[in-house]
Ligand binder design. Sequence first.
Ligand SMILES: Cc1cc2nc3c(=O)[nH]c(=O)nc-3n(C[C@H](O)[C@H](O)[C@H](O)COP(=O)(O)O)c2cc1C
Length: 194
Amino acid sequence: MSKQEVVTEKMSLKEAWDRVMEQVKEAVSGGGHSYRYVTLATVDKTNLPQQRTVVLRDFSDESEFTVYTDSRSEKVSEMMENGSVSLLFYDDKKKLQLRVNGSASIIKAGDEYKRNWENRGSKSPHSYTSVIPPGTEIESPEKAFDWHLEGTPNFCLIKIKAERMEFLQLNGVEHIRAEKIVGEGEEKNRWIAP
Ligand SMILES: Cc1cc2nc3c(=O)[nH]c(=O)nc-3n(C[C@H](O)[C@H](O)[C@H](O)COP(=O)(O)O)c2cc1C
């Protein structure tokens, strides 16, 4: 077992999950953690899977992931129509994959929204204030280089509430895999064969 790996076969399920969740928390606080950039998958209205890279902004209650986006983006329309989403994390140094299935909601008002805009969203307003909505056809790239830099018109939070999580710790040939079902009031944890 190299020192880089997060989970070992000697750990209890609880200890293993605590260590995996630690990785997610570290990613939120920055510091170049691989989990900072996560693949978010949605299902579009023609039932096709759609994936894109996003930045993980927050993780709370051991099961809620927060991402920022432009409310005019395709992913937002997709999630409004079908809230089932998936997140995929992989750390190549630690050889640890984390898969999350959950339901997404869009937040555009309230204390949490304001706090996130003031503390962080407003530090990179170009991501949420383009004049031309994301995904619009343009004649050339520079046509999109125009922003309304005041206000928060299109900034929104995506909150993903996990329903199922699964990790896979690669370790030579002795891989370790477990799943966790996060339900209302009940939580089921079990090892599964890799
Ligand atoms: C490293 C990286 C980080 C990104 N972070 C975000 C993000 O936090 N939020 C976001 O909406 N888009 C982010 N993007 C852009 C998305 O991957 C995507 O291109 C964009 O949001 C449009 O996706 P959509 O049309 O599926 O909505 C990021 C892209 C890269 C390459």
